[in-house]
Every structure is written in structure tokens, then in C-alpha cells.
Design a protein around this ligand. Structure first.
Ligand code: RB5
Length: 143
């Protein structure tokens, strides 16, 4: 299941992404619209407790909601507004949350970002060692 949430700036774009999920038979759960830190918290809890496999978070810029998401232990959220980044954050960072800004990307690009993010596997190998170093930081800094 893919979790999705947004703030007031992203109501319309979220509906476009939900339409994309429905057209592509992608199971999803809409965690609704809230202030962006609260939206991030609800959606990220679903990811770290295993209810959701990955998540999509949308605010005006994608930045506030990604900052909030990355406060949750176990979350690797990437704010992307280009295809290459959305692809490589899966390949190299094993990102589990994709964020973008409704005031930054149009619905066509947003759907491409979601598509490549959901359909790209983590490469592992040397990148796994680096992701492990990130996980160790979570313990050191008591997230
Ligand atoms: C809301 O106006 C805006 O600040 C928010 O959507 C987001 O862009 C914050 O990073």
C-alpha cells in the first residue's frame, strides 16, 4: 500500500495523483490534508510501522513536508522535482518517501516522478553501506 498526504497547498495535485493510483490499480491510503508537519507525521508513521510500503507527501514546495518527514526514524524522504532525482533516490538512497511541491511541478511531471519512484528498486551493494551509515546517525542523534 502507498500512503499519501498533503497540506492545503496541494489539495488539487493530490487528487491528480490519486486518480493516477486508481487508473493504475495501485493500492493506496489517503491520510488527508493537514498542516504539513502533521501530514508528514501521519503518513510516515504508516511507513515505519509497516502499514505502507512507501509514501508520497505533497506541500507547496515539497520542502517543509520533507524536512518534517525526515525527523521520523526510519524515514528517508527525498524532495524531487526532476525525473533523475526521483529515480536515483530509489537506486542509491533507498528513499521510502517521495515529496514534491504542488507550486513547483505540474501534474504530468508529478505522475512521472511517482511512477519512477514506485517502480525503481534499490541497488544495494555499496549504497547499502551508505544507507547503513545514515541509519547509524539516527541512533547517535537520538531521533
Ligand atoms: C504553505 O503555504 C507552504 O508554506 C507549504 O505548503 C510548504 O511549501 C512548506 O514548505
Amino acid at each position: 500500500m502507498i500512503a499519501i498526504g498533503n497540506d492545503h497547498a496541494a489539495v488539487n495535485l493530490k487528487e491528480e495523483i490519486i486518480k493516477y493510483f486508481e487508473e493504475n490499480n495501485i493500492e493506496y491510503k489517503d491520510f488527508g490534508c493537514a498542516e504539513y508537519p502533521d501530514a508528514a507525521k501521519a503518513v510516515c508513521e504508516a511507513v515505519v510501522n509497516g502499514e505502507a510500503e512507501k509514501a508520497i507527501l505533497i506541500c507547496g514546495t515539497g520542502i517543509g513536508i520533507s524536512i518534517a518527514a525526515n525527523k521520523v526514524k526510519g524515514i528517508r524522504a527525498a524532495c524531487c522535482s526532476d525525473y533523475f532525482s526521483a529515480k536515483y533516490t530509489r537506486l542509491h538512497n533507498d528513499a521510502n518517501v517521495l515529496c514534491f511541491g504542488a507550486r513547483v511541478v505540474g501534474s504530468g511531471l508529478a505522475k512521472e516522478l511517482v511512477d519512477v519512484f514506485l517502480n525503481t528498486e534499490f541497488e544495494g551493494g555499496r549504497h547499502a553501506r551508505r544507507v547503513d551509515l545514515i541509519k547509524k546517525m539516527e541512533d547517535v542523534f537520538g531521533k
